[in-house]
Design a protein around this ligand. Structure first.
Ligand code: PSV
Ligand code: MN
Length: 404
């Protein structure tokens, strides 16, 4: 549906609330959401992988699909890669191909969870030879960053233990710090290292980097260019993620996000699909932090198991745009006044006013001005791209994100 005809009325209402609508539109046009290569391939749960017709089978097809999502939205110009899932011989050629597709290579994600050797961990493994192997992979990823021009090394470790007493927790902490300090030295100029945490899975007794505090403390030991990556799925039920975001922003250590939604834990569902208020709260903190949030990297980390990869990815980008648009139209002047007066409900309702505003006309207007479809989802459904790739690529499970 094209909502642009409703835009003038909305713009008038926002202006009456003291919102600078032109400034909001500029910010929305400059939004940057990175999509993950692994979201374009087939993936599944530990029970089954269901093949989707036309799902990307290799990094080239993933980049082509990412380029398509960028053409439809105008705000998804980079693609995160996972090594070795996306390993190639010639990274210069890969970067050139990405450019032909209209995108660039974004964060490089080392994969330290799929080798047999990593059963007891990677950089925290009790055996120094395995730790060496894992460190070599991290350094290899820094070299790939150099070749692709990537400025982000995005780190997540499956390392941990399953049973009390299985290994020495403090010793593992030291092994982690040692490896990350060494990796830090190999970062290309101007690049950052983002340290992700997760409180469980695949380890269930303890995870070496279980929460934001551990990731933060580790980042401090590495250096200024080491920051925390918040994956929205990696928290216990009830955790206030917006609070973590605000705290890390204030400390200058919020590096980026992995967006997804979860009902239970790390379900990798479409961001904003289970708790749009939470996503809005996060964006509200980001907008409130102003310039402190300027380098934050917004990445999607999702897999689409039963739905169309392209539709799932597109909806994810749209949901991020919606949450950001709502955060941008918060009447911050009134909010501040009410906060200082101790007006609890007044302040809360100021936020709700923005959250409950239908921003579809604003986004449709922004898209039209950007020269992309006013309703990208409808466009995708009426376009021939999905049909064409389904015919060309067929139904196969090969080349997925490594979950088969
Ligand atoms: C782990 O659950 C994670 O969130 C990490 O970011 C991985 O790189 C990604 O998912 C894909 O497995
Ligand atoms: Mn993640």
């Amino acid at each position: 549906m094209d909502y642009t005809t409703d835009y003038p009325r909305l713009a008038e209402r926002l202006a009456a609330r003291g919102i600078d609508v032109d400034a909001v539109k500029e910010k929305l046009k400059a939004q940057h959401i990175e999509t993950p290569s692994w979201g374009y391939g087939n993936s599944g749960t530990r029970f089954q992988v269901f093949a989707w017709p036309g799902a990307a089978r290799n990094i080239h097809e993933k980049l082509a699909d990412a380029g398509y999502i960028h053409r439809l939205t105008g705000v998804a110009p980079t693609v995160a890669i996972h090594i070795p899932w996306d390993k190639v011989d010639d990274y210069q050629a890969l970067s050139d191909y990405a450019r032909e597709c209209g995108v660039a290579i974004g964060a490089v994600n080392p994969n330290l969870f799929q080798e047999q050797d990593y059963k007891l961990g990677s950089i925290t493994h009790p055996n120094p030879a395995v730790r060496e192997e894992a460190l070599a992979h991290l350094i290899e990823c820094c070299e790939i960053m150099e070749k692709t021009g990537s400025k982000l090394l995005s780190l997540w470790f499956a390392d941990g233990t399953n049973y009390a007493g299985q290994d020495d927790i403090r010793e593992r902490k030291h092994r982690m710090e040692e490896a990350l300090k060494e990796t830090y030295k190999h970062l290309p100029d101007g690049a950052r290292m983002l340290i992700e945490y997760k409180f469980f899975e695949p380890a269930f007794y303890h995870t070496d980097l279980a929460d934001w505090g551990m990731a933060y403390a580790t980042a401090l030991k590495c250096g200024e260019r080491a920051q925390v990556l918040v994956d929205t799925g990696h928290h216990a039920q009830g955790t206030n993620i917006a609070h973590i975001v605000a705290f890390l922003l204030d400390e200058g250590r919020l590096g980026g996000f992995h967006f997804n939604a979860r009902k239970y834990a790390d379900d990798d569902l479409i961001v904003g699909s289970t708790n749009p208020l939470e996503l809005f709260e996060i964006f509200h903190e980001l907008v409130s932090a102003g310039d402190r949030a300027k380098d934050v990297a917004y990445m999607i980390d999702q897999c689409f198991n039963i739905e169309s990869k392209l539709e799932g990815m597109l909806q994810s980008v749209i949901n991020c745009q919606t949450a950001y648009a709502k955060a941008l139209i918060v009447d911050r002047k009134t909010l501040r006044e009410r906060q200082q007066e101790g007006d609890v409900m007044g302040a809360h309702r100021t936020l709700l006013e923005a959250f409950e505003t239908d921003v579809r006309p604003l986004l449709a207007q922004v898209r039209t001005e950007m020269g992309v479809p006013a309703d990208p989802f409808e466009y995708l459904r009426s376009d021939s791209y999905a049909k064409r790739i389904a015919e060309e690529r067929g139904v196969g499970l090969v080349g997925a994100g490594g979950f088969q």
